[in-house]
Design a binder for this molecule. Structure first.
Ligand code: ASP
Length: 449
């Protein structure tokens, strides 16, 4: 960015190639993930829930909190320097316009995939009546808590989401990871301002944010040493909190909601392989296999944390270091994507809305399905990049098509698992678009074979 100084990302690629496999980061994370999963199942079967939440879960939470801790400063520093480095407003509007158009285009494709699958496979048709009642009773309280906020947001005027994007106090915006969109707004706004003031006046601030950027990258490097243990703790905790001390409960839930969950996961898989795969193949010189290999660690962290915000530092590192995306493109496209581009969330929201309607025997005609596409694009933009945010925004879609919002209780039981999967898609989508934009701008560096 400033001058020709490259960002000091850790060069996993250069050092990783010479390491034995078990020392490579992605293998270590996979091992942590699998062990966490196995431990979680064992703990649930043995009734070690309390021990796990006292002694294992905190390691996962520390990892997660450390990642989130750097997310807001990273978005701020990256976007301000990212925008300001685009040298003029024409370049900003070209790259910005292209990025947003691809983001929205891919989200619409994800929605269409989700809607086609849920309508053709009809997972809601197979939930027996007594199971539906049981689910609704079990999760009614949890659903109600989320619904109060969401119902309030659904009552507001049509332009309210735009008003909400604009913070009235910077510190208030930076105070919560849920307000990332407001931080994004401020950063782009400030970046544009910096482009418009004389260069010598802008320089000290740019140098400050550039140095903040480097600091954050160093912090990511430190946090990632801890990733395998963090991922182990997160997975163990997730499994035991879903299952409680009763593994049978998970099996029962999967029996009722398994088909619905499979439809969501199938949709995500199709979107990732077909949509992102063809974008990679036809719009960039990257091999699809190289893309998956490069992004692996970010996808694994997305799966374990269920947060694209927390994964952002790693997504940026992988894109710049392992995919060859220039810093100029990655520092603009990725923070923006982590906040507004959520293909996985949109696809899940569409499937969930139709599934709830199917379960309660409600027909959704073509107009309703088109309404789902429009509202889900907006809802996914407004979804915060933190765990469980997607289900809250689902209310907006249900309201728009007249499906009772209490129906959310039906799907809560498997939401965490689906959150993990949709976050992987969200992060993969951001990285795909960053690679495509970089290729189209001639800013995709060659990476050693
Ligand atoms: N957890 C998702 C993310 O951070 C958002 C969601 O809940 O769908 O990308």
């Amino acid at each position: 960015m400033l001058g020709s100084q490259p960002r000091h990302f850790i060069s996993f690629r250069q050092t990783e190639d010479r390491m034995p496999w078990y020392k490579k980061l992605h293998w270590q994370i996979i091992i942590g993930l699998v062990l966490g999963l196995l431990y979680g199942v064992l703990a649930a079967a043995q009734g070690w829930g309390q021990f796990t939440s006292d002694w294992i879960a905190p390691f996962g939470q520390i990892f997660f909190r450390l990642l989130l801790l750097i997310a807001v400063p990273l978005v701020l520093a990256s976007l301000i320097t990212g925008v300001a480095s685009l040298s003029d407003l024409k370049k900003l509007s070209r790259i910005g316009g292209k990025t947003i158009a691809i983001y929205i285009g891919t989200t619409v494709i994800a929605l269409i995939i989700g809607l086609v699958l849920v309508n053709v496979l009809n997972p809601g048709g197979s939930v027996p009546e007594e199971m539906r009642e049981k689910l609704q009773m079990t999760f009614a309280d949890q659903a109600e808590a989320g619904l109060e906020n969401a119902a309030a947001s659904a009552e507001r005027g049509p332009l309210q989401p735009i008003v909400d994007m604009i913070p009235n106090n910077f510190f208030e915006a930076a105070r919560s990871n849920r307000n990332m969109l407001q931080v994004v707004f401020f950063a782009i706004f400030a970046g544009i301002g910096l482009l418009m003031i004389p260069k010598d006046k802008a320089k000290p601030l740019l140098e400050f944010f550039d140095s903040l950027n480097d600091l954050i990258i160093k912090l990511v490097e430190i946090i990632m040493i801890f990733a395998p243990i963090g991922v182990f703790g997160l997975l163990a905790d997730t499994i035991t909190s879903i299952a409680g001390d009763d593994l049978g409960q998970i099996l029962e839930l999967l029996g009722a909601l398994g088909f619905y969950a499979i439809v969501v996961i199938l949709g995500l898989a199709i979107h990732m392989t077909l949509t992102y795969g063809s974008m990679m193949k036809f719009l960039t010189p990257r091999k699809i296999s190289d893309f998956w290999k490069a992004l692996g660690p970010a996808q694994l962290v997305a799966f374990s944390t269920s947060s694209s915000g927390a994964t952002l530092p790693i997504t940026m590192e992988r894109c710049e270091n392992n995919l060859g995306v220039s810093e100029e493109v990655s520092s603009f496209v990725l923070p923006l994507g982590a906040t507004i581009n959520m293909d996985g969330t949109a696809l899940y929201q569409a499937v969930a809305a139709v599934f709830i309607a199917q379960t309660i025997g409600m027909e959704l005609d073509l107009t309703a399905q088109i309404t789902i596409v429009f509202t889900a694009v907006l809802a996914s933009i407004g979804t915060a990049a933190v765990p469980g945010a997607g289900i809250i925004m689902l209310v907006i879609i249900l309201e728009a098509v007249g499906v009772p919002i209490a129906g959310i209780a039906l799907i809560l039981g498997v939401d965490r698992i689906l959150d993990m999967c949709r976050t992987v898609t969200n992060v993969t989508g951001d990285a795909t678009v960053a690679t495509v934009v970089a290729a189209s701008e001639g800013q995709l560096r060659d990476i050693p074979a």
